[in-house]
Design a protein around this ligand. Structure first.
Ligand code: GLV
Length: 321
């Protein structure tokens, strides 16, 4: 009898129906929990696996790969992001890496708009007020927000999600500008103008941050760059780590920003106390892709990547080093 473990490890409970799509083809060990595996537990579970379905909470580095051993063929990340994965270390060992692009675009762009509207119309403050039981009354100057029509929306990171955010701006009569490493062909830019980063910041009263986190983008929006935004601007951060959270809190505290919204945090599940102290910060617990349909599609795509590689092929949605 072989003492090899089932070939696939899935590090988190998946959306309904997804695990069966995998286990119909390959035996798997499922960490059937909504909590991430502890590091020691993860390292103890990977030896001998051929595929691991990971989430952003699972660090895939040389230590993980050494623990997994030479049979590991693919790390299928259940996320569009992959900053938890050392791509060079995977490439050096011939381990494929995949992510889940495309399927979460709509849900995440919708969430960016939910946060944008909540921040500009002060919904968090209003809700907290009602739930506090404190007296309130309608008044001409009560909880006044910011109007969107005619205001420039800046999109930092014009990938699929940024483009979908820009497309939705038409319904709000907002002109859109964007910054991206490369200028997009006009057909993909949703009518938005490319601008150098500093010019985008200086002209965008509402800024949505959708660029992926990488070493190049970590804290790209630091105190100096946040200070370039027009007075009373609103920042919506959809990617963890790109906006310096302490600098964002300070810009809210000083009144330089009108409001902000954050969906992903750099050191989740920790949320900086400086941000929690800001009434004008709308804070969401990483809900960008959190719909049943999208989570089923993300899980399905992660599984499809595993099936493709264990079937001897290439990943469907590879991430290259
Ligand atoms: C973020 O939640 C991602 O999917 O990368």
């Amino acid at each position: 009898m072989s003492d090899l473990p089932p070939p696939v490890l899935v590090t988190r409970r998946l959306a309904p129906g997804v695990i069966e799509r995998l286990t119909d083809h390959h035996p798997a060990t499922l960490h059937d929990s909504d909590q991430a595996m502890g590091r020691a537990e993860l390292l103890a579970a990977v030896p001998g696996r051929r595929a691991v379905v990971t989430t952003l909470d699972d660090r895939v580095d040389a230590e993980f790969l050494d623990a997994a051993g030479p049979d590991l063929a693919i790390v299928a990340n259940h996320a569009v992001g992959f900053h938890n994965i050392d791509l060079a270390a995977c490439a050096a060992r011939g381990v494929h890496v995949s992510n889940t692009p495309g399927v979460l675009t709509t849900a995440t762009a919708d969430m960016a708009w939910a946060l944008l509207l909540a921040a500009t119309r002060r919904l968090g403050e209003g809700e907290r007020l009602l739930r506090s039981g404190r007296p309130w009354t309608w008044a001409p100057n009560f909880l006044l927000g910011m109007e969107l029509a005619g205001t420039q929306l800046g999109v930092l990171g014009m990938g699929r999600i940024g483009q979908a955010v820009a497309r939705r701006a038409r319904a709000f009569d907002m002109p859109v500008a964007y910054h991206n490493r490369r200028e997009l062909p006009p057909g993909e830019a949703e009518g938005a103008d490319w601008k150098p980063l500093e010019e985008l910041l200086a002209t965008s009263t509402v800024l949505v941050v959708t660029c992926p986190l990488s070493e190049a983008t970590r804290h790209l929006l630091d105190a100096r760059r946040l200070a370039l935004l027009p007075p009373g601007a609103v920042v919506v951060a959809m990617t963890a780590g790109v906006v310096d959270e302490e600098a964002l809190a300070a810009a809210l505290e000083s009144g330089a920003l009108f409001a902000a919204a954050v969906d992903n945090f750099e050191h989740e599940p920790a949320v900086p106390s400086a941000l929690l102290a800001q009434e004008r910060a709308v804070l969401a617990p990483h809900l960008g892709s959190a719909t049943v349909r999208t989570r089923q599609a993300m899980g399905g795509l992660a599984v499809d990547n595993v099936l493709a590689v264990l079937g001897g092929g290439e990943p469907v949605t590879p991430v290259k080093a």
